[in-house]
Design a protein around this ligand. Structure first.
Ligand code: NI
Length: 176
């Protein structure tokens, strides 16, 4: 079921979310189905459970190959519960981000370039990966939602924050 996505200003987006306690339950499966339906309907690169009003440490993300953006990095579809992120070094990189909870806007956000992440799939099997670049950026953005952090809070220069249409005139960019 496609769920409403909470928008910035809703205090529920600022909450600290709780860890998943039990894996493989019908409740967790139902939550994940709703998250996938919602992300697909809105063409998002990722979604965190608190964005649909569920304060649990669950994120999903993934970017398929898209003929409109042949240079865009592919990120495998991933479901991650109780994620832990560990930067591999101190290198940060600025990149443009959007968010389904901040529709129509983009901001330039510094993120760790390389990190290891671990967590659990819906059955409770451990996931561990080392990633970089866009994959690393997407994970950091989604996991921030679990701690009540929205990307505008991380923008260093607010002149690099604005409406997608004005920042990138004439470009065909998804509204997420
Ligand atoms: Ni977001």
């Amino acid at each position: 079921m496609i769920r409403d996505v909470l928008k910035m200003g809703d205090p529920r987006l600022l909450q600290l979310s709780a860890p998943v306690q039990r894996f493989g339950t019908p409740e967790l499966e139902a939550l994940l189905r709703d998250m996938q339906d919602t992300m697909a309907a809105l063409n998002g690169a990722g979604l965190a459970a608190p964005q649909i009003g569920v304060p649990l440490r669950v994120v999903i993300f993934g970017v398929e190959r898209n003929p409109r953006y042949p240079d865009a990095e592919v990120v495998p579809f991933t479901i991650l519960c109780n994620p832990v992120l560990t930067p591999l070094d101190n290198e940060m990189e600025d990149g443009w981000e959007g968010c389904l909870s901040v529709p129509g806007l983009r901001g330039l956000v510094p993120r760790h370039l390389r990190l290891r992440y671990s967590g659990f799939d819906p059955q409770g099997l451990r996931i561990e990966r080392e990633v970089s670049d866009f994959h690393a950026r997407v994970v950091q953005h989604e996991c921030d939602h679990l701690d009540g952090i929205l990307y505008p809070m991380r923008i260093r220069d607010l002149r690099q924050f604005g409406f997608t249409e004005q920042l990138f005139p004439g470009e065909d960019i998804a509204d997420d």
